[in-house]
Write a protein that binds this ligand. Structure first.
Ligand code: UD1
Length: 416
């Protein structure tokens, strides 16, 4: 199993190019299921989760090809309409195949994802929404079986804001008969990016980016070409790393206007941040100030940045309260940070982080994707050597993170 060996203490300086967004690319890859024509995607990040999604689509019969960051997908006819447990268990986003399959082919069989390290994560709202559109859904032997002659437009209220739920239902509604209104929709930029790709494919969608999305169903969609938006969580992770480790870094191919909540907090921590439409420059010297954060759906502070901000707070001046409101078990990184000398108390949904002058290197274990990023940031500031074990989580969601950090002056090595 691969590990990262990090010798902390170096400031970060230079330029890093941000990759395409994992959480936008995954639903957009599934959108290829909605048309027999070719979908060409650019700025697709090189990640294990993308590889898993391509494998899932290929085993259904989608013809895929990949050249660097460009991927083409043609779903002219499919051999099977099944997302098997083996693939779904490694990547929950496989559930995004459900809506497109039932909308275009009238049936789908997708494994129930089950829980994961950060919480129970049910998919009841995906299922309820499809049922409201007329799908007959049964759960059998761990699989969701969906059938529908043709989905019908419906008014659907989701009582919790769900990102992939909104995406699944938006894709399904694109081919339904009549108009669908999705109320209490997720407003995340990745939902907007998917909507924009679907519109290029001929879908009639309005209101994306707000909490009410209206989709007027069409009979068929066609091929299109789309560049995936930049990854705001990768961007935020680099910004948090510079705020913790100090230095000056320019992030290119970024989309700063998707990061307002994060940038605001880092300024409060003491960082100087300037941005243009697609670049962000961050400079930081000295010890950061502690910053309280509370996660919530977009436009508020993202849960996918919570762990990195806990890492930042471990060496900040003061005490911070970090509150997680989206997932019930998303503090697995805390015990690992404690191994590096961090002082953190968990109180229900909040972590109280008492900033320390320093952390000291040790061996720690990554438990999920963003927890891994948090441990890398901690390793960058800890004195001595930190070994981060189980970095396959990191490779699921960060495109060559250690290479990018080494180019910025970090002392990191991948070891077996
Ligand atoms: C997506 C992101 C993930 C991010 C999360 C929250 C992708 C591939 N993943 O995950 O990185 O952390 O949004 O921003 O885009 N819920 C229900 N019933 C449902 C669906 C969700 O109760 O049917 C609950 C979940 O348990 C959770 C909350 O809604 O408490 C939000 O989850 P959701 O937005 O669905 O997360 P994902 O779309 O899985």
């Amino acid at each position: 199993m691969q590990k990262l060996k990090i010798r902390g203490g170096n400031p970060l300086r230079g330029d890093a190019r941000i990759s395409g967004a994992k959480n936008a690319a995954l639903p957009i890859l599934c959108a290829a299921l909605l048309t027999p024509e070719t979908l060409t995607l650019h700025n697709v990040p090189r990640l294990n989760d993308i590889g898993t999604m391509l494998k899932l689509l290929a085993q259904m019969g989608v013809v895929t090809s990949r050249n660097e960051e460009t991927v083409t997908l043609t779903a002219s006819s499919l051999g099977n309409l099944v997302a098997p447990y083996d693939l779904v268990k490694t990547m929950r986003a496989s559930i995004l195949a459900l809506g497109p399959l039932v909308a275009r082919f009238g049936e789908a069989k997708v494994s129930l994802p089950g829980g994961c390290a950060i919480g129970a994560r049910p998919v009841d709202l995906h299922i309820k929404g499809l049922e409201a559109m007329g799908a007959i859904i049964t759960i059998d032997a761990g699989y969701i079986n969906a059938k529908a002659a043709r989905l019908k437009g419906a008014r659907i209220f989701m009582d919790t804001v769900t990102v992939t739920g909104t995406e699944n239902l938006m894709m399904a509604a694109a081919l339904a008969e009549g108009t669908t209104v999705l109320e209490n929709s997720a407003r995340e930029p990745e939902v907007v990016d998917l909507a924009e790709c679907l519109i290029k494919m001929g879908a009639k969608i309005s209101g994306h980016g707000s909490d009410t999305i209206t989709i007027e169903g069409v009979k068929s969609l066609h091929g299109a070409e789309h560049a995936v938006m930049p990854d705001r969580i990768e961007t935020g992770t680099f910004l948090a790393a510079v705020t913790a480790a100090g230095g000056k870094v320019r992030l290119t191919n970024a989309q700063p206007n998707t990061l307002d909540a994060v940038i605001e907090k880092l300024r409060d921590a003491g960082a100087t941040i300037d941005s243009t439409a697609n670049e962000i420059t961050i400079a930081m010297s000295g010890r950061p100030l502690s910053i309280n954060v509370r996660t919530a759906p977009y436009t508020a502070f993202p849960t996918d940045m919570q762990a990195q901000f806990i890492a930042l707070n471990t060496i900040a001046n003061g005490t911070a309260v970090v509150t997680e409101t989206i997932f019930e078990n998303r503090f697995m990184h805390v015990q690992e940070l404690v191994r590096l000398g961090a002082k953190i108390d968990i109180d229900g949904k909040s972590a109280v982080v008492h900033g320390m002058e320093k952390l000291t290197g040790a061996t720690v274990m990554a438990t999920d994707l963003r927890a891994s990023a948090c441990l890398v940031i901690a390793g960058l500031v800890a004195q001595g050597e930190t070994i981060v074990d189980r970095i396959y989580h990191l490779d699921r969601g960060y495109d060559h993170i250690e290479k990018k950090l080494v180019a910025l002056g970090a002392d990191i090595e991948r070891i077996d």
